[in-house]
Design a protein around this ligand. Structure first.
Ligand SMILES: Cc1cc2nc3c(=O)[nH]c(=O)nc-3n(C[C@H](O)[C@H](O)[C@H](O)COP(=O)(O)OP(=O)(O)OC[C@H]3O[C@@H](n4cnc5c(N)ncnc54)[C@H](O)[C@@H]3O)c2cc1C
Length: 496
């Protein structure tokens, strides 16, 4: 459809009709929390001009989603403050609603949808979002479309979950060229026609008032008044698309060239640090990939080489750009692929047969060290490197990329059963990590238990043939002294 988005990205969520006499077109922003490179916003703007109705954007934040905390809220609120400015500049009504008390937001979506011609929302396959969107679509009297803005490859371009990165990469190399030209518009509101913004009806404004500037702009007391987990403090990293764009620019100019060699380095790591922005939808994977390829003078019209599934050489770019794109596209979208196509993708039972069998065979092996969730959360283990990684997670909401793997492997080793390890990893990662709850966290956590990997000999206690990692080896291979100093028990202070 001209001016709209690729059909494969649009999912019709109910059988209700378009209401030609609706007062507005509603975009219910739940995952892709940005105004640029946003397929769902592009689709909503298209409907608004088709129906000749104004566009109304609702970005709502509940207070009862799992692990709701000062940290997660603050990062999202930073983005909402920017979205308010950007929609204001574009002349679009934007309603940033932050639930002040449990259940206070109930009925808001229905009230706005009841007067809409069409509702467009984000199609995110993870966390509680699929259930929330499906339940809402069943309740409203108007067509609801969910639009997939997750990655470069539409979720429905694949018809199954891929068990290995190699297989997925081969599929991606065959499939991606036909989707490359169908990127989202940088500014979906630029060519918007149709009536100007409508003010939010008074009865809606009064019952569900927009978040105040104090809360959006960072007032600590306003955040403290919300019913959240206040023990998880705001992270030092600022949220929102502007901070994401600044992070991307710095990465491109200062670290991308050394990415292949330096991604895993602990001191002076070349990793991008972009995953929190990708997770909260403040940054588009399309935008990141295009920016990387532009620096490489890459020509999208060049003939694609054969899809071999090889990690290097497919893009015809530098080794570092290829390595980065492999993480950003293959690994990131492999996680999305599992979330979209593997039923119950967070269950232990979905591990590959060999991994489940070997872990269960060794589940009763004696554990030289056993820790409770509380001890692990408090970084109170015998292992200073692991403790430092856990303290980084608690203080900053991130863990150095390489250490994240070690962090997971040790939890497998130090808990009473692999199923318990899975629960503990999920709890700590999803509660403290800015990018937790993402399909990538499921992929990463399950990788430590054998998903996307192969058996490794020799067979060992606890791990069986699942890949083993040791802190001693890591400390031997990498310079960890500065890291241990920074995140030792007396290291940096909390929060920002
Ligand atoms: C135990 C464990 C837990 C993890 N939890 C998360 C999580 O909660 N959220 C999360 O986004 N990632 C998670 N990962 C994957 C990976 O560690 C992070 O994506 C990466 O650390 C993000 O840092 P970066 O943005 O600097 O990565 P970069 O190296 O700069 O990579 C760029 C982007 O590629 C993607 N990417 C990179 N590595 C991976 C990977 N191994 N799997 C999937 N995508 C990848 C991410 O979107 C990342 O932002 C986890 C890995 C492990 C082993």
């Amino acid at each position: 459809m001209p001016g709209s988005v690729p059909e494969v990205r649009v999912r019709v969520m109910n059988s209700a009709p378009v209401q030609g006499d609706g007062e507005w077109v509603l975009y219910w922003m739940v995952a892709v929390r940005r105004t640029r490179f946003n397929f769902a916003l592009q689709r909503a703007a298209f409907w608004a001009s088709e129906l000749g109705r104004p566009l109304l954007v609702l970005e709502a934040l509940r207070c009862d989603y799992p692990w709701a905390s000062d940290r997660l809220h603050r990062f999202i609120l930073d983005g909402m403050a920017e979205n308010r400015r950007a929609f204001g500049r574009a002349g679009v009504t934007y309603h940033p609603y932050v639930e002040p008390a449990l259940g206070a937001g109930r009925g808001l979506l229905e009230a706005l949808a009841a007067r809409a011609g069409v509702v467009v929302t984000d199609d995110c396959p993870a966390f509680f979002l699929p259930r929330m969107v499906a339940a809402a679509a069943a309740r409203v009297p108007v067509l609801v479309e969910a639009v997939d803005g997750n990655g470069l490859l539409p979720l429905r371009a694949a018809d199954r979950a891929y068990p290995t990165a190699h297989g997925f990469r081969r599929f991606l190399q065959r499939e991606l060229p036909r989707h490359w030209a169908e990127a989202p518009e940088a500014d979906p509101l630029a060519k918007r026609s149709g009536p100007p913004a409508v003010p939010l009806p008074e009865e809606i404004f009064d019952r569900w008032p927009p978040a105040g500037s104090d809360l959006l702009m960072g007032d600590a007391a306003a955040l403290a008044a919300l019913p959240l987990d206040h023990a998880v403090k705001p992270a030092p990293l600022r949220g929102g698309s502007e901070a994401a764009g600044a992070g991307l620019s710095t990465f491109l100019s200062a670290r991308l060239a050394g990415y292949a060699q330096g991604r895993n380095r602990i001191e002076g790591s070349a990793a991008s640090g972009l995953s929190p922005y990708l997770h909260f939808g403040h940054l588009s994977a399309h935008e990141v990939a295009a920016a990387v390829l532009e620096r490489e003078d890459w020509n999208p019209g060049r003939p694609s080489p054969k899809a071999t599934g090889s990690r290097q050489g497919w893009w015809g770019a530098s080794a570092s750009a290829e390595a980065f794109l492999d993480q950003l596209i293959t690994w990131r979208e492999l996680g999305l692929n599992a979330a979209a196509h593997l039923p119950a993708y967070q269950d232990f039972e979905t591990l590959p047969d060999w991994a489940r069998a070997t872990l269960l065979k060794h589940s009763a092996d004696p554990r030289p060290h056993l820790y409770t969730l509380g001890e692990l959360e408090a970084a109170a283990t015998h292992d200073p490197l692991w403790n430092a990684a856990q303290l980084q997670l608690v203080r900053e909401g991130t863990i150095h990329n390489y250490l994240r793997m070690l962090w997971g492997k040790k939890i497998l080793e130090w808990t009473g059963h692999p199923r318990e390890a899975l629960e503990v990893m999920t709890e700590l990662n999803d509660r403290f990590a800015l990018d937790g709850r993402d399909p990538n966290s499921v992929a990463g956590i399950f990788w430590t238990l054998g998903r996307y990997d192969r058996p490794w000999g020799p067979e060992r206690p606890i791990f069986g043939t699942v890949r083993f990692m040791s802190s001693q080896n890591t400390a031997r291979k990498m310079d960890v002294t500065g890291y241990l100093r920074r995140f030792g028990p007396a290291g940096a202070a909390d929060g920002r």
